[in-house]
Design a protein around this ligand. Structure first.
Ligand SMILES: Cc1cc2nc3c(=O)[nH]c(=O)nc-3n(C[C@H](O)[C@H](O)[C@H](O)COP(=O)(O)O)c2cc1C
Length: 344
């Protein structure tokens, strides 16, 4: 009897396959399908800092009936675009933020009602902006855990590596003050010392690190002489970067590791688990082939385990992490002198 169950962020999952945060996880219909198809957990579409700021602005300036009634109530104190009293402004801004957040909160509670797998909420943030307020509300709405999606491009010439890295620590510290549900951090790899920074982040009390987010990448359209977007979705060969880091960090970090990017089939799921991942996040594959591939991936994992006489995930998790292989250098090597020089 094959047992795929595992623990991730302290949550009991029936298997380590997580549908990662994206537009696909924002509708209740999709969430139901994801659960029916056998996913171990789901990360909801992120609520974005920019989105809240933008929607708050729109709301404050809008002619919508709710805003109108506030404008009437504050007649003489507040006009449509100008707020005479800071208190009134704060009050209305708070109200508008609440309005934006409520939609997200109800999608969490609705998800919790209709699916029986863990629901991980997600916020995309780049500053300490009011997250203490939002994180607590997300917890109260019933989310099983919260993933913080923080991805800073260190492109500011004025900022040092430490300046940039402090942002991650500050956000975690702020959020963790207000909530007790597990918090994970999904991030990129732009750190001056990837291993040490991720280790230090894992020591902040977070329950997991998701390695790595796949950033939006720019491209250039040489026909129209314009900046364009490069491939929105990952390919099935893009997993090796996260595989390397999962293998290097497994057993060293003080929190769980979820592998992310380029995981499209059961073979890659198995590789990431062998490297030491506690769970995997998958997104692009579902955009390409919908959720029908989930049962195939689960079956593929089960058949492989059966074939290798592994009864549970813990029988092989981390078997090929850096810590457990004879030649750890195979994960650290970046120049294949022998290989490269033999190719003509
Ligand atoms: C269309 C689309 C929307 C996404 N939206 C989010 C999001 O809201 N929050 C987030 O943390 N990641 C988001 N991501 C990133 C994915 O969660 C994932 O980290 C990334 O796509 C790499 O995984 P993949 O190779 O399986 O696609 C999005 C990805 C795509 C393709």
């Amino acid at each position: 009897m094959i047992d795929l169950s595992c623990k991730y962020l302290g949550l009991q999952l029936k298997n380590p396959l997580i549908v990662g945060s994206s537009g696909l996880t924002s509708s209740i219909e999709n969430l139901k399908t994801i659960a029916q198809m056998g996913a171990g957990a789901v990360v909801l579409k992120s609520i974005f800092e920019e989105q809240i700021k933008f929607e708050t602005e729109i709301f404050l300036q809008s002619d919508n009936p709710e805003m109108k009634s506030w404008q009437e109530a504050f007649q003489g104190i507040v006009s449509k675009t100008e707020f005479y009293y800071e208190e009134a402004y704060d009050y209305l801004t708070g109200y508008a933020k609440e309005h934006t957040l409520n939609h997200y909160l109800s999608s969490i509670s609705e998800a919790k009602k209709v699916i029986d797998i863990p629901v991980i909420a997600s916020i995309n943030c780049s500053t300490q902006y009011d997250w203490q307020y939002f994180a607590k509300r997300i917890q109260d709405a019933g989310a099983d855990a919260l993933e913080l999606n923080v991805y800073l491009l260190p492109s500011d010439f004025e900022k040092s590596g430490i300046d940039n890295e402090n942002v991650y620590f500050d956000i975690i510290k702020e959020v963790k003050k207000y909530i007790t549900i597990p918090v994970s951090l999904k991030t990129g790899y732009y750190f001056s010392s990837v291993a040490q920074t991720l280790l230090r982040l894992s020591e902040t009390g977070i329950a997991g690190l998701t390695l790595f987010n796949r950033p939006y990448n720019p491209d250039i359209d040489i026909e129209h002489l314009q900046i364009s977007a490069s491939n929105m979705f990952s390919s099935d060969s893009e997993y090796s970067h996260s595989l390397r880091w999962v293998a290097l960090l497994a057993g060293k970090l003080k929190c769980d590791i979820a592998a992310s990017t380029g995981i499209h089939n059961h073979e890659t799921v198995i590789k990431q688990l062998l490297a030491g991942a506690d769970a995997v996040h998958m997104v692009s594959v579902f955009y390409k082939y919908h959720f029908d591939v989930l049962p195939q991936i689960i079956n593929g994992l089960e058949s492989w385990m059966l074939h290798h006489n592994f009864n549970s995930i813990s029988d092989f998790k981390g078997l090929l992490s850096r810590k457990n292989v004879h030649n750890p250098a195979s994960y650290e090597r970046v120049q294949f002198l022998r290989l490269f020089s033999s190719i003509e």
